[in-house]
Ligand binder design. Structure first.
Ligand code: 5MM
Length: 335
């Protein structure tokens, strides 16, 4: 087994998943302001350090995706953040894209940037302790979107990123996120997501990426948030599995879903059903941002020094998702 495959498995094995704490400063500011906390570097660190030192990290979180600011910050005890994460038994990772920008030629769509100088930045992150990385391509659905141009150019960027990351001995998380914003049906989400993922793998293979050494981070198949015809959680799980079985090569060791704006419980319930019905060899786990942090952030904002209370809430969410990653969750366990 290759080193990269071992890292991917260590992150996702035994019901573990990923904490996506890689919000850029702009996004983190929105999150903090939504709970009326000032977005200073100290407060961003305080919240994140509170989560990273929670006991749930050891049991349920196999990897943490950091943002550039965080990976360079020191904890209150003057330790390096990646060292804290490793000491908790988890694996530090880093978001390396520089954000989604307007796509020239199709101004209503986005292309993710960050390839220039990436090889040098990767070496720096590796030295700082990162063992895996993340890059997110974003696609919106409407009658004419995502366009072929957006599907092709984001897949190309994800593949170039992945080959550079593997060259630097880290595991790339490949995140093509088809957004849930809009009126589209689940069927449209299924079709567009399948097209997006298939194109990503076509490019990954073309760029000679070792598929055993990546983690795929896709969206689940959901009806748009403004669609009148919602589907059941069982249908979400079945369609998601059907889409992935059909578009992901069997060498890929693991799939870690993003939550994409689902509520905490919805994201847990859907993951649980996916695992109950899972008839593939893929590990199906989580790489949640909002669905792991929302309640903890709300509680923390009431008293930013209440570490234990905040950690208790985070531990519970992490535990519920870990059970869901094994198909062992039920609603009753939430109370
Ligand atoms: C944590 O949020 C990440 C994006 O941050 P920026 O928009 O500030 O770059 C995001 O990539 C995240 O990792 C995934 O979308 C998963 O997060 P959710 O909240 O959808 O589970």
């Amino acid at each position: 087994m290759s080193d990269l495959n071992n890292i991917a498995l260590k992150i996702l094995n035994n019901g573990k998943g990923i904490l996506a704490a890689d919000e850029s400063t702009a996004t983190m500011t929105k999150r903090l302001e939504s709970v009326k906390v000032q977005s200073t570097a100290e407060n961003r660190l305080l919240f994140r350090e509170t989560l990273f030192s929670a006991s749930g990290m050891t049991e349920y979180i196999g990897g943490v995706i950091l943002y550039d600011e965080t990976i360079k910050q020191l904890t209150s005890k003057k330790n390096k953040i990646p060292e804290l994460i490793s000491a908790m038994g988890s694996t530090p990772g880093i978001k390396v894209d520089t954000g989604a920008k307007v796509l020239a030629g199709s101004p209503n769509e986005k292309i993710t940037e960050g390839l220039d100088g990436l090889r040098e930045r990767l070496k720096e992150y590796y030295k700082l302790g990162a063992k895996f990385t993340k890059w997110r391509g974003v696609y919106n659905i409407s009658k004419e979107y995502p366009s072929k141009l957006s599907i092709q150019s984001n897949a190309h960027a994800l593949a170039r990123y992945s080959s550079l990351v593997q060259e630097c001995n880290m595991v790339p998380i490949v995140e093509p996120e088809v957004l849930m914003d809009g009126e589209h049906s689940a069927k449209e989400c299924y079709e567009k997501t399948s097209e997006v993922i298939k194109k990503c793998f076509e490019e990954l293979i073309f760029h000679k990426v070792d598929l055993k050494g990546i983690i795929l981070k896709p969206n689940m198949i959901l009806a748009g948030n403004k669609c009148k015809n919602k589907i059941s959680n069982e249908e979400v799980a079945k369609l998601t599995l059907k889409c992935l079985k059909d578009s992901v090569p069997s060498e890929v060791p693991g799939i870690a879903f993003l939550s994409g704006g689902q509520s905490e419980i919805e994201a847990t319930e859907n993951l649980n059903l996916i695992n109950k019905f899972n008839d593939t060899n893929f590990i199906m786990s989580y790489s949640y941002g909002r669905a792991l942090q929302q309640s903890a952030l709300k509680f923390w904002s009431q008293d930013i020094k209440n570490f234990e209370g905040t950690q208790k809430i985070f531990n519970q969410r992490a535990k519920m998702n870990s059970l869901a990653a094994q198909g062992k969750w039920s609603k009753e366990l939430e109370n």
